[in-house]
Design a protein around this ligand. Structure first.
Ligand code: FES
Length: 121
């Protein structure tokens, strides 16, 4: 059902956990299945210096979170805001159609974390 890239990111997820210097956290829960993703950001000069995640969800959600953290690290906040779940799915080489909603969690949690950071500023 999953391609090799998805399986790799599920079995060896990158950037799991919490950042040491927390600037903001975003939490999103799926309305479809109840699964939850947290994105933790360390932001310096409006650049994502470090990013980690915790996902309580399926293989597709974990792989999407892992890929998203790799894509977002080093981006400016403006660049990171434009990251979409479609781009994450593309970089993963695709997900089964009924699993696309799982990829939305990571992108939305990143946006929520950035929104929290900007609200605090
Ligand atoms: Fe819940 Fe995939 S089934 S995130």
């Amino acid at each position: 059902m999953y391609n090799e890239t998805v399986l790799d990111h599920f079995q060896n997820p990158r950037n799991v956990g919490e950042v040491e210097n927390l600037s903001a956290v975003g939490r999103v829960q799926s309305e479809d299945c109840g699964d939850t993703t947290f994105i933790y950001l360390d932001i310096e000069d409006d650049v994502i210096k470090d990013i980690k995640f915790k996902t309580f969800g399926c293989a597709a959600a974990i792989a999407s979170s892992s890929m998203l953290t790799e894509m977002a690290k080093g981006l400016t906040l403006e660049e990171a805001k434009k990251l979409t779940n479609e781009e994450v799915v593309d970089r993963l080489g695709g997900l089964p159609g009924f699993k696309i909603h799982c990829s939305v969690l990571a992108a939305d949690a990143l946006k929520a974390a950035i929104a929290e950071y900007e609200a605090k500023k």
